[in-house]
Design a protein around this ligand. Sequence first.
Ligand SMILES: Nc1ncnc2c1ncn2[C@@H]1O[C@H](COP(=O)(O)OP(=O)(O)OP(=O)(O)O)[C@@H](O)[C@H]1O
Ligand SMILES: O=C(O)c1ccc[n+]([C@@H]2O[C@H](COP(=O)([O-])O)[C@@H](O)[C@H]2O)c1
Length: 216
Amino acid sequence: MKTENTGARRRIGVMGGTFDPIHHGHLVAASEVAASLGLDEVIFVPTGQPWQKQGRDVSEAEHRYLMTVIATASNPSFSVSRVDIDRAGLTYTIDTLKDLKLQYPDAEFYFITGADALAQIFKWKDIDKLWPLAHFVGVTRPGHVLSDFGRKEDITLTEIPAMAISSTDCRQRVAQGKPVWYLVPDGVVQYIAKHRLYHPKPEPAVKPAEGKDVRV
Ligand SMILES: Nc1ncnc2c1ncn2[C@@H]1O[C@H](COP(=O)(O)OP(=O)(O)OP(=O)(O)O)[C@@H](O)[C@H]1O
Ligand SMILES: O=C(O)c1ccc[n+]([C@@H]2O[C@H](COP(=O)([O-])O)[C@@H](O)[C@H]2O)c1
């Protein structure tokens, strides 16, 4: 359903993500939701330290932030916020939305999530305090079931073109020397290559023991 923005309040989409790296699945999700709900803009918010990804190697926040800036630069309705990466400690959406509310006191927020993230939402910190801060928009994602869990007043479901892309797959492809062209924006391909993100770590140099030959 397409809804028109006739009121005075700015309708802002919030696309939170680890973006390690940002890919076309994220960009299509934001673009489709913006069009179907008539949003004025979408703010991409790279996470600082995602608590649910602890124990996993997450790339430095500045790299993820810069890749998100590069990926969104050509769309005048997209911007990137540093609120999560500049806040110390683990990242929780309750803090993201409170910080954005301070910056945009009159806005209505639409927090965009893929079906996989939405399925975990009842485990998010202070979930009962989140509903008044934003409306949630769940988007389809291949391999995941999309549901509003009976919370129609708080969660809108939106079907988007199926993009079977994940950041995990992009990282693995780079590590295996496979291309990620057309899975991520061109500038992000180049950023990954320039900073050697996701590439296998070079083998440590073999230090010969003194006075002994090293066989290779
Ligand atoms: N291909 C996709 N289609 C729809 N939504 C997506 C897609 N990829 C990611 N999302 C959504 O974008 C948000 C941010 O996702 P995230 O940055 O964790 O990417 P990811 O591809 O799931 O990463 P990873 O594989 O590292 O877990 C989440 O709400 C996620 O569900
Ligand atoms: O607030 C929470 O407890 C919480 C738990 C899991 C995910 N989130 C948010 O959901 C968004 C997508 O997260 P991820 O891990 O799929 O990239 C991102 O903005 C996270 O901060 C938030």
